[in-house]
Design a protein around this ligand. Sequence first.
Ligand code: G6P
Length: 371
Amino acid sequence: AAAEKGGYDYFMDKEIDEQPQAVADTLLGRISAEGRLQLDEMRMSESELRSVDKVIVIAAGTSYHAGMIAKYAIEHWTRIPVEVELASEFRYRDPILTRDTLVLVISQSGETADTLMALRHAKDQHARVLAICNSNGATIPREADAVVYTHGGPEIAVASTKAFLTQLIACYLVGLYLAQVRAAKFPDEIADILEQLSQAPAKVRETLDRMGPVRELGRLLKDEGRVLFLGRHVGYPVALEGALKLKELAYVHAEGFAAGELKHGPIALVDQGLPVVVVVPPADRPLLHDKIVSNIQEIRARGARTIVIAEDGDTAVAPFADTLIYVPELPTLLQPLVATVPLQVFASALADAKGLDVDQPRNLAKSVTVE
Ligand code: G6P
């Protein structure tokens, strides 16, 4: 097993470091030289895709967080309404599905029982099902009408890392493809996003190169019992994912919140020394950015220890950050590709410092095949 880990203590750390390659492999061959998307495996005709009037994203765990981010991207690029639902809740609420509903099922393993049952329910209602999956030939891609595979390679650690980043790539590709097929309103913006996506592997690599201080922070905070995570817009699902990683690996009571909800409850939790991780949107989105900067000031005034993740050059947050982690610039919708990385590294380092088995957390399974 030591050889399989390629010199790493844990598969998770290896898989975190494989993310630039996993992202590159998932993009490979899908953007033509002319800057058009080609999803040959799509198996859904352009006319079918043009008739879609609603998208419902269904997933569990980390894949659900990818689905939340997909909603922001797909709605923005296509103007098709998108709902996101936990797989375990979906069929119990009598969801409204028609032939023109596109159900996007996201599953790393392709075997999660909750997700599979949701897929079958959608098919019974005659919706069209598109799967995003990392495991060739698994049950979910076999039963779906079409599949976009993530090419992350096998993921062994129970906590999902590289699968998540490649799911984001697949979600972006699906959203952009829908926009392309449906003659999007923002063709220039889409060409620009494709160009930015092609730079994502290098930006993830750059982020990884800066993780020394994050690992140190994980070790420093190993005795913390609680950590909060805040984000707004796509930073909100990133905050949820950061909290999930810390719960899974380090058994820390970690919660993610939408930053705007702070004043509606969570701020009551803030006391002296509480670590709060804040994901800051790019500074060129002042509406989002400046509100988060005030949130950071508010929690800091109440004694929180602020751990701020912001894009390069964002100096406005510096005075209020006890720890400042810079990530490379990307457009807001793509920022989760880099902003998630420090949260993965932080959780792994903190769990390791506690002497826990990072790859095999208690009570969890890689793939949950019971409902
Ligand atoms: C389990 C794993 C998680 C994963 C979730 C969904 O709970 O421990 O890491 O995110 O299942 O798995 P899937 O394979 O459907 O993406």
